[in-house]
Design a protein around this ligand. Structure first.
Ligand code: NAD
Length: 501
């Protein structure tokens, strides 16, 4: 009998009662390895009730005590890293070093959360008027929900809940139904680390559960990470229902290669950032923009053999550079983009479609693909492919490259490779993108900075984790105080002010 991934409510695994399930497939073999319960509206409401009940005591727990749980949680994640990476890779398909890397980035957010008391420090102004003082504090919101994608099943949830919990909120996570097992194991570690029951809960599910989270008045805020189409829905519906929403969405990340760039460094950077994790990263580089024909010719000449040498293999092969994509639908979608690229006149320099792995014929593998002579009007340029496909779009000048990026609907990440400080500075200043790398291909901010894109890559006002994460997860309250010994001025009919004008 296949295993069923359960919910995690009130500190323990809870079997689904709604009757609906989804299949979890091993992407390297194309075989169903487990099922996951899909929560009904009532089951989702029960999880919200648990989080609501746990909120007052958790919010009243001093921040310095709350973070003791985070310190122990960090130790537990490190101790169980091998097990967690294995669980993650089995369902996602990414290589073990890649899985460990994403958990490590998640641990960094836990480390940031360990220092939350410093972030929650308020502001105090003595004597804003005679005998009157003002202070501001940040308080937790209540029950916060997180809805997360398949591509980073450990790291993206960890972007959200360590900060939210350390701020004093209780939390409901709705992970991707494609690879949810690792989230439940991590929830157990969090409970073992001392988190009170009900403070962190997981509801497995799909649109039915999400729609309850979007509409139930007990949910105060929603962090979403996923595609732009769903993110826009989450943002508009969540806001309509009075919730604070941050929705981090899809991407099309350009890497500009200036003629003076170190070409060895560029080629290494593109191989890792375009094909790592089979291109299933929101910060993957999917467009290379060499400036000038000579730069472009040299780039394509050097890239092509490196792409052909990529070792595409299941995560169980320690030499694998990249694994399969997540599902058959995803593979079909990527193949359709490749067909469209060819129909629309792009030049497929490296075609990864013929790849067949012995013993894994039913797996969702695709070799690295490289398109040259891509133009702005092609669907492979306009849309997010989310697979191991890199497009080369040749630009005549630095100016044209900047314009191209600024005209694109997405604004998550970008990079420029150059030795010219002026070109890099101008690029960083004018480009309409949330995260910019200078000779760094995947400029993912560390945990104590904040992660987020611009344009249709993020709906809402707050980036995630770091100081922005603290602002998203708290509400500002400002007190103005006077004590009886302060100067009495009789009844006041005007606003208080500090000046005499
Ligand atoms: P997705 O949008 O399909 O799913 C994300 C979440 O939404 C999942 O939990 C899913 O169950 C839920 N969902 C799906 N359909 C829904 C519906 N109709 N109603 C309500 N909820 C629904 O995304 P995905 O395929 O899991 O992940 C890939 C996408 O995530 C890519 O577009 C990628 O760029 C994006 N992503 C963005 C970032 C970022 O930080 N900007 C990070 C990682 C991934």
């Amino acid at each position: 009998m296949t295993r069923t991934v359960e919910h995690f409510i009130n500190g323990k695994r809870v079997a689904g009662t709604g009757g609906r399930t989804a299949n979890i497939t091993d992407p390297s073999r194309g075989e169903i390895v487990a099922t996951v319960a899909l929560a009904s509206a009532d089951e989702t409401r029960a999880a919200i009730a648990a989080a609501e009940a746990a909120f007052p005591a958790w919010a009243a727990t001093p921040a310095s005590k709350r973070v003791q749980v985070m310190f122990a949680f960090r130790e537990a994640l490190i101790k169980n890293l091998d097990e967690l990476a294995e669980l993650l890779s089995q369902e996602h398909g990414k290589t073990i070093p890649d899985a460990k890397g994403e958990i490590a980035r998640g641990i960094e957010v836990v480390e940031f959360a360990c220092g939350i008391p410093t972030q929650l420090k308020g502001e105090y102004s003595e004597a804003v008027a005679v005998g009157v003082d003002t202070y501001s504090i940040r308080q937790p919101l209540g029950v916060v929900a997180g809805i997360t994608p398949f591509n980073f099943p450990a790291m993206v949830p960890l972007w959200m809940y360590p900060v939210s919990l350390a701020c004093g909120n209780t939390f409901i996570l709705k992970p991707s139904e494609k690879d949810p097992s690792v989230t439940v194991r991590i929830a157990e570690l969090l409970t073992e680390a001392g988190l009170p029951d009900g403070v962190f809960n997981i509801v497995q599910g799909d649109k039915e559960a999400v729609d309850v989270l979007l509409t139930d008045p007990r949910i105060e805020a929603i962090s979403f990470v996923g595609s732009t189409q769903i993110g826009h829905y989450i943002y508009t519906k969540g806001c309509e229902n009075g919730k604070r929403v941050q929705a981090l969405c899809g991407a099309k990340n350009h890497l500009v290669v200036m003629p003076d760039a170190d070409m060895d460094q560029v080629v290494d950077a593109l191989i890792g950032s375009a094909y790592g994790s089979a291109g299933e990263r929101c910060m993957a580089i999917s467009v290379a923009v060499p400036v000038g024909e000579d730069t472009a010719d040299e780039l394509v000449k050097r890239l092509a053999p490196r792409i052909r040498q990529l070792k595409v293999a299941p995560y169980t092969d320690p030499d694998s550079d990249m694994g399969p994509v997540i599902t058959k639908e995803s593979l079909d979608r990527i193949n359709k983009f490749i067909d469209e690229g060819l129909e629309q006149g792009a030049n497929l320099v490296v075609d990864g479609r013929d790849l067949k792995l012995q013993g894994y014929e039913d797996g969702f593998f695709l070799g690295g693909c490289l398109f040259d002579n891509v133009t702005k009007d092609m669907s492979i340029y306009k849309q997010e492919i989310f697979g191991p496909v890199l497009s080369v779009l040749r630009a005549k000048s630095h100016e044209e490259a900047v314009q191209l990026i600024n005209d694109h609907e997405y604004g998550n990440g970008t990079a420029i490779f150059t030795r010219d400080g002026d070109a890099a500075r101008d690029f960083a200043s004018r480009v309409k993108i949330g995260m910019v790398g200078i000779n760094v291909p995947i400029p993912v901010p560390v945990a104590y900075h904040s992660f987020g894109g611009w344009k249709r890559s993020l709906f809402g006002d707050h980036h995630i984790h770091g100081a922005e994460g603290v602002r998203f997860n708290t509400r500002l309250k400002t007190m103005t105080t006077r004590w009886p010994s302060g100067i009495r001025s009789g009844a006041e009919f005007n606003f208080q002010r500090s000046s005499d004008v």
